[in-house]
Ligand binder design. Sequence first.
Ligand code: TRP
Length: 470
Amino acid sequence: MTQKIPKLLVKRTSIHGQWSSRWAFILAATGSAVGLGNIWRFPYLTGENGGGAFVLIYLFFVLVVGLPIMMAEIMLGRRGRQSPINTMKTLAEEEGLSHYWQLLGWMGVAAGFIILSYYSVIAGWTLAYIFRTGLGMFVDADAELSTRLFSDLIADPEKLLAWHTTFMMMTILVVARGVKSGLEKAVKFLMPALFILLLVMVGYAMSTEKFMQGIEYLFVPDFDAIAEKNFFSDIMLPAMGQAFFSLSLGMGAIMIYGSYLAQRSSIPWTSVSIALADTSVALLAGVAIFPIVFTYGLEPAGGPGLIFVSLPIAFGQMPFGTFFGCLFFILLMFAGWTSAISLLEPAVTWLVENRSMKRIKATAIAGTIAWSLGLVTVLSFNKWAFSFSFAGQEKENGFFDIFDILTANIMLPLGGLLVAIFAAWLMSTRSTMEELGVGDTLIYRGWRFAVKYIAPVGVIIIFLNAIGIV
Ligand code: TRP
């Protein structure tokens, strides 16, 4: 009888190291969460989906689905203390469940490769824009010039390839050195710096003519604007996908970071801080961008180029714009860098654990796979470009859009759904209560209710709706 009772206080340690403090973990996980997703993806999806209604639903998903799943992912990671694949395998064995649960880890690794492959190409754009703004190319530029400069960049596969390669090498470099030496130091001052610069941008946005129009667009839901769209598949699905994408959930990134978290740190508290920081950056980016979009007569539904077209116009107008513009894209590049790292980490840890590879070799191999896949994205903006319609939206960049939709709207929510089911329905209350470390409190019960019912039901309903079953 006794051996059936789950072991109390499982004391595993990670072979890959541990964060030096809870603060280090918060910074690293925030570094993963805050990235191009907040400043590039959030504004352009908001623009494509009519503004305020999308933002409201996005916030709702962050709160009721994202936050509880984030707690669950960190918890599983810390309990397993291995790559997501082996963590799921170990925990499933421990709870007497099928070893097929490791497939969840595999799906995460696959999603990580696909996301990183195109993420690196977009991060490459930020590298190009560091030089473009720094060289003063946008001084007094109008909407037409800025649009043309952007189109020129993405029409040129060789340039995209060069920047994509540079960025992927930077990512490989940091991951190869290990999370602590590389990562911890970088995030500590870059994150606050990015935040402050965004505030500067918001300050500029306030001085533009159409500031209030931008604010209204973001925060006042206009359901008429999305009247022809299917609310579930066209608004809810992308909003849910963005919540997962922005919080780095559903593919094991937060899980692997959780595996380096010290036993005594509070998971609920850290999760709330990460989600709060992530959401504020996204909203600030929106507040900085939309007034500029309206003031200069740009199209909010302009797609993935939105920030690369709109912000440089503002930099071209504002005092010290060349300096601020260059600095902004440097910080954005760093934000993307600290996120890209977390996309590669789950695969690398698995190679180290199961193929007994050195970290350097594992990183080189995983990075090369993601880099190769990135070539498809490079070509999807020019030679291989084709368009299709999705969620009431004309998508013009073929494979890039397919990769993005497949991962953010399908694989990540599916991963999150499985995490929720595993943590709330299959793991014993005893294990989860022990690992979350808040005892049988209101926080624990609220969390359990959210991961047990709200999150799975939410994801399932939206999936079924999106494929037209409900
Ligand atoms: N969250 C990051 C961003 O907003 C991207 C990212 C990093 C990510 N790790 C992830 C997305 C894991 C999904 C899953 O830019």
